[in-house]
Every structure is written in C-alpha cells, then in structure tokens.
Write a protein that binds this ligand. Sequence first.
Ligand code: SAM
Length: 297
Amino acid sequence: MPGHVPVLLPDVLAGLHLQSENNVIDATLGGGGHAEALLETISPDGRLLGIETDQRTLNVTRHRLERYGSRFNAAHGNFRDLRGIATAHGFPAVDAILFDLGVSSMTLDEGDRGFSFQHDGPLDMRFDPTTQTLTAADIINTWSAAELVRCFRELGEERMANRLADIIVMSRRTQPFTSTVQLATDIAAVKHQRGRIHPATQVFQALRMAVNDELGAISAALPQAVDLLRPNGRLAVITFHSIEDRLVKQWSRQAAKAGQVSLVNKHVIVPSRQEQVANPKSRSAKLRLIEKINSTA
Ligand SMILES: C[S@@+](CC[C@H](N)C(=O)[O-])C[C@H]1O[C@@H](n2cnc3c(N)ncnc32)[C@H](O)[C@@H]1O
C-alpha cells in the first residue's frame, strides 16, 4: 500500500513547540506520517493519541507504529467526538493537537472506497462504513436538482453546478449512477478540462464533504480542541481548500476575540515551492497555528 507523504511537516513540528515529555493528539492519524515525526520529537517519554475514522487506515497505521509501544495510542472514531475519545484514552489535557484534514492517499488509492475518479469503484465515499449510512450514490440518485446545485456550489465551489445537476438528474432517469467512472465520464462530457484539474474534481470533493459532513465535524471539534489544550498549548490545522480554510480562519478569529486563543501567525503557512514540486498533493495545503491563552498569566 503506497504511503502518504506528510505535508508541511517541518512547519508543523516547529509550530507546535513540542518538548520531550509532551502529550499530543493527532486527530487525523491517516498513514501516520505526522504522528511518527511527532512521536520522535516528544521522545523518550511523550505520548501520542492518534484518532482515525477509517478502520482500514487505522489498522495499517496501528501496525506500522506499534514499535512505539504504550507511547502510541490509536483510537477508531470521529474527531467530532474529540473530547470523549481523548478522555476515554487517558488524554484529558494535552500540549498540542494536529488536524490534517481530508482524505489520505491510501484511501484515495483504494478504488472500492469510491473516492477517486481515477480508480473505478462504487459511488460510496464514506470514511467509516461501520457507522455511516449515506453514500455518494444516495446523494447523486435521490437529491433534487436544487439540493445538488447547493451541494456542488457550497462544498465544491463548482462554477457549472446548475448544468451538472441538470445533466445528472436527466441521466439518472434512465440509469441510476453506481460507479465513480460513470459519474466522472458524464461530467467530463459537458465540462471541459482546464489545465491539469480533472473536470469532476469539484463535484467529487463536494460529494465527499457532504457524505462525511466534514464541515460539521471540524466545527464541532475545534472548540473541544481548545478545551483539551493546556494553557499555552498549540493547535495546528492543515486544510486543502478554501471552504475549510475559511471556516478555520473565521472560528480562530472569533476565539481570539473572545480571549480564548491567540493566532501564532498573521498569515497562513503554505508549502515551499520545493515541497510543492516534490509532493504535488501539497500544493493547496494551508497551515494555521493557534495557541491557547494562559488565562492565569
Ligand atoms: C490527510 S489525511 C492525514 C494524513 C496524516 N497526517 C499522515 O501524515 O499520514 C486525513 C485523515 O483523517 C481522517 N479523517 C478525516 N475526517 C476525520 C474525522 N472526522 N475523524 C477522524 N479522522 C478523520 C481520514 O480518514 C484520513 O485518514
């Protein structure tokens, strides 16, 4: 199974201000690239809790990092339940928390999960099929044209949302959509490719975010993360598109106004040109660093 290259790794490590005995939560464990580097940085005594909603990914990464023994704790769950998961695993107060949002390369490459138009598979896209019921096929085959337009526009910033929703509604009357390539082909038939971006990219992003209620999960998790942090503890959030980044920016500004946090950087941190060339998937990444205010200072 090909690995996932952790993005903005030196910036995350430097930005979280870690010490050797720190306790840390990686709320999006994925392939464990960041987690491994965090565990090395907080060695020999620091402990890390990795949370992952995707059971297959969790199994692979748990095995990969098992050499860290009791310093590495892995939890299957959704970070929208961050406080409960952290407390249940013995991490009621921590020094740093990382969110590296989105989907890992491992999951994208598994065609049968239905995340990718490059690998044919069922239109599924659930991060956790053991607890989630709504699939991308349900959305594409049952939502009204107006609901599809809203989804494509708000979660995918798709400029042809109306036209694509009409085509999908017309097409599904004769044959319901079942596969990723079937949907991507219909989209590509009406929307021309611009540059290197496949015409179905925004619709697939919107569907994934809707299936997994990704904005709802991060909105629920951010205040819990601040609660869990010790005074002066740090939060790092990596996003991959503007809708998510806007949410994190607006929330962090409000939390700063309320005197709960301070913003470590005035501007977002983005990958260097060198990182973008070495790992093209990092191109759209943005990192925000937030510090919990020490209210007794
Ligand atoms: C971009 S990847 C993280 C990669 C990781 N930092 C690494 O270095 O390998 C994001 C991971 O978060 C998981 N994820 C997404 N939403 C989640 C949620 N609400 N709760 C827990 N895990 C989630 C995805 O399944 C995916 O494995």
